[in-house]
Design a protein around this ligand. Sequence first.
Ligand code: ZN
Length: 436
Amino acid sequence: MRIIIKDALVVPMTTQDDHFLGSISIENGKIVALNKEKPNFKADKVIDGSSFIALPGLINAHTHASMVLFRNYKDSVADLQSWLDAIWPLEDLLVEKDIYLASLLAITEMIKSGTTCFADFYFMQNETAKAAAKAKIKVNLGLTLFGDAKESEKRIKEQLPQLKKWQVNSKGLIKYDIAPHSVYTCTTETLKIAKEVAQKENCKVHIHVSETVDEVERSYKNFNKSPVAYLNDLGILVKDKAYIAHAVHLDDNDITIIKENKIPVVHNPSSNSKLGCGIAPIAHYKDSLISIALGTDGAASNNNLDLFNEMRLAAMLSGALTKNPMALSPFEILQMATINGAKALGRDNECGTLEVGKDADIILIDTQAIHLTPLNNIYSALVYATKSSDVDTVLCKGEILLENKILKTIDFDKLKRQFLATWEDIKMRQKTEGFK
Ligand SMILES: [Zn+2]
């Protein structure tokens, strides 16, 4: 299908000065022209962009989609470990249908808030792949590893063939990574296996790193080095082969390793704040030439999957932490949620900016709301004032996923009924387990 978005305020996110009133022409899922003047393009569908900002689709570079099941659930606890202790027994009860419905609900929330690509890791990723394929959204699915080598080899044997199939058959929507959960939940052998899979399959390692002070202290106790130094010594932190979530507590040596190995850091300000983990000093990382992407983490620790919230919070916390409102500009914050996310996920040649030849992953933001009046500086408007409810239209690979705020690939009313029934069923399973 040939689509044209006309008369929009186009914000390609290539350079700060590059924004213009004009049109975007789309053919076979790709951007074929960006025009300031009237384009010579015969379209099957014309979208009037005259009240919209056109922006690259946002990229959520770290989440656990299925954890929407645990949204607002037992989340007022003392620390990360107490919260994990509340969640893990329920996770043991999950079945494939739970993961599928939860993934689809999470994807619905992401589409409605302008996300066109996300990086995920959790259990039964085949179900999350099914949900992404149904919704027609992009995802990097992490084959998730916990525990020892025996457990990891079993998971890889079960899941890798499925994920490979999705990568081949989904026309670029679905890719896979290998995702050892963290240094405190995986044995050294499991981490080595993850490295081998990344090398052999040419995929990336996606891992939680230095999320809490406790994690760093335990790493020193067990390995006599920081999590970053430990992973580096294992050969996991290799350029283009890894991206790390959180990185709240890095020392100077860690920062040098990450900078020299060009490892992207995924900042999750809501989750880190909510769980009391601390504030990652991202302006300092940026000054150290580290690329920073943005993630929501799972809805259990956020409690939503809204990157507009995340951008605003990242900007606010950075100002508060550095006492310097200029430490990160709104344009740089927006880069974190677009092109930097694409780089982390190895997708920057296909998305993250609006450029001819890239996929048409585009969102249209309604600028008519009170809180966007007057618009003035576009980047300030997008980072500080825009709400996810201003997202009107979402395209991924030229496919319309949302139009006039109406979902096109998902029946939300039906999904909500099924999802809530499943959640009740999970809680019932827990009660039954308790009587055994
Ligand atoms: Zn996480």
